[in-house]
Design a protein around this ligand. Structure first.
Ligand SMILES: NC(=O)C1=CN([C@@H]2O[C@H](COP(=O)(O)OP(=O)(O)OC[C@H]3O[C@@H](n4cnc5c(N)ncnc54)[C@H](OP(=O)(O)O)[C@@H]3O)[C@@H](O)[C@H]2O)[C@@H](O)CC1
Ligand SMILES: [K+]
Length: 507
């Protein structure tokens, strides 16, 4: 198994509060000092990004996020920039460090005025210090109005800690959220910044750790890890010099019903390009010649049903089940035969005997109860997108996207194995680890991307990686290859464009 403890930790709001408390109570750093450091770090980022702002407008709430804003305004004012603080909410509610920050700014001559409709001037840089990790529930009308106004101002926008209105835990928009160009997040990265609506709201994310003691971090370990492709690759030993194809694993890709021959081809080619020793495709007879013409390194066989498939699965390491599989009776037979053939028990799975990667119509058949396949089981990697995840959990896509972390955990608890919830900020869960990959881009919204991912994960499984590692590395590799290929443009990016960069990344 890879060691995930070195990956960047992502924190919930409650964990962040616990960390703050630890730093203040045990680390001896006063809350006001942390706030001053947060403001200084954000100011530095603002100047790096927008070196000559003609004006700075800071929209402050009544909590400590607002306190960060007051101190940033104070710094900007001292440096001679024209600054206005727009106060949202009743200033009488401001207390503690935030109140001291406000008093300091006022004493130094910062202009502070109540936020009002149309108050924002159309120049300079806007700083969002309205709501941070203390946001609870849907935003109230006054804050909603301020968020809408900030987004409508058309100004460069820097969010402090988290774009206001974004849920730090889930990445869900709580009614309305600021759409920032950049976010300066403090102490630790919050998990909601990297999945769901988070990336679209945050712009570029900059983490300022503001000197929180290591002991505070050690005492509050993160429950989610953000994956770094290169550190995973560094943990995967190089091939031995005398490797032969039998050492590199056998993959069978199963699918390609009528009209979907391309899906099975893409999965087979991806498995070959990611290093599987031998790849076979079990598909409709009519797709065989086209598949072999495009990819002669694959073996392809026409199968009429489960009885033809079973012998092909006898001596394989990984089965990618689902690319273009369809939902016909032929599809159901193949689905059942593959599920029956894979080793079902925990011990065999740990010995990496045979693992299934179930995607697309494989997941739809599973959700529909096809073949009476029983679960939970440990020998599969399920790779649903939010729509498939909704079918698997008997809910709708909006409910999945509202809390992707909860959704991936619920899927894993119900179905077992490893679950990959695809989408912006893909999540990977095996019941013990919760991992996030934020590689990838909107160019991936095109047909065939999922088929390629199935082939990639199957190839990594066949080469001996544990299911969690194969899923984690596969998802990162797939997204990073898409980022590399999108250098030529996101629109028109094809799934097959990922094959060459994936191979280069694998080295
Ligand atoms: N602690 C530290 O050491 C450090 C903390 N730091 C900073 O503090 C931030 C956390 O501060 P926090 O905990 O004060 O919460 P915060 O995000 O300002 O929100 C509270 C405000 O929101 C309001 N509000 C709540 N729900 C609402 C809703 N649904 N709709 C509308 N309003 C709602 C709530 O109003 P109330 O309900 O009280 O009327 C209250 O006014 C953190 O993100 C970071 O920026 C840094 O300086 C580093 C050191
Ligand atoms: K904010």
């Amino acid at each position: 198994m890879f060691d995930y403890s070195t990956q960047q930790g992502l924190y919930s709001a409650a964990q962040t509060r616990a960390l703050d408390r630890h730093a203040i109570e045990k680390g001896g750093i006063a809350g006001g000092i942390l706030m001053a450091r947060a403001a200084a770090a954000a100011w530095e980022l603002l100047l790096q990004r927008w070196p000559e702002p003609r004006r700075i407008q800071v929209v402050c709430g009544t909590g400590n996020n607002g306190g960060d804003g007051y101190l940033l305004a104070d710094i900007a004012h001292k440096r001679g920039f024209p600054v206005t603080v727009w106060q949202v909410g009743d200033a009488g509610r401001i207390a503690g460090d935030a109140l001291r920050a406000r008093e300091q700014a006022l004493a130094n001559g910062v202009v502070v005025a109540p936020f009002a409709r149309d108050c924002l001037a159309a120049e300079g840089v806007l700083v969002d210090a309205l709501l941070g990790t203390g946001l609870g529930g849907e935003v109230r009308p006054a804050q909603y109005e301020a968020i809408v106004a900030m987004n409508a101002a058309g100004l460069p926008l820097l969010a402090l800690d988290i774009p206001s209105g974004l849920c730090a835990d889930s990445g869900r928009v709580l009614g309305a959220a600021v759409k920032a160009d950049a976010t300066a997040t403090f102490i630790v990265a919050k998990r909601g910044l990297y999945t769901g609506a988070g990336p679209a709201c945050c712009g570029d994310i900059h983490l300022a750790t503001i000197g929180v003691p290591r002991a505070s971090l050690a005492a509050n370990p993160a429950a989610v890890q953000r994956l770094d492709l290169y550190s995973l690759l560094a943990q995967w030993p190089a091939r031995k010099p005398d490797a032969h194809k039998g050492d590199c694993g056998r993959v069978v890709v199963v699918g390609g019903d009528d009209g979907m021959g391309g899906a099975i081809l893409l999965a087979a080619e991806a498995a070959l390009r990611c290093g599987a020793g031998l790849v076979s495709a079990a598909t409709r007879e009519r797709h065989v010649s086209a598949l072999l013409a495009r990819c002669p390194e694959a073996m392809a066989r026409g199968v009429r049903g489960g009885q033809d498939l079973a012998p092909m699965l006898a001596a394989v390491d990984a089965i990618a089940l689902g690319p273009g599989l369809g939902q016909s009776s032929w599809s159901e037979q193949l689905f059942q035969a593959a599920c029956d053939q894979a080793a079902c028990d925990q011990a065999a799975c740990e010995a990496q005997d045979k693992t299934l990667v179930v995607d697309a119509d494989g997941l739809n058949l599973l959700a529909g109860g096809a073949g009476g396949v029983r679960f939970p089981r440990q020998d599969w990697v399920l790779t649903p997108h939010p729509g498939e995840a909704a079918r698997l959990l008997g809910t709708d896509t909006a409910a999945i996207q509202a809390d992707r972390f909860a959704a991936v955990q619920a899927l894993q608890a119900r179905y077992g194995g490893v679950v990959v919830l695809k989408g912006k900020g893909s999540l990977i869960c095996d019941g013990r680890h919760l991992l996030l990959s934020d590689y990838g881009n909107p160019g991936m919204a095109s047909g065939g991307m999922g088929d390629v991912l199935s082939g990639v994960i199957a190839a990594l499984l066949a080469q001996g990686l544990a299911p969690l590692d194969a899923a984690a590395l596969g998802v990162c590799l797939h997204g990073a290859a898409a980022d590399s290929a999108a250098g030529a443009g996101q629109r028109g990016l094809l799934a097959s464009d990922l094959l060459a960069p994936m191979r280069e990344l694998l080295g």
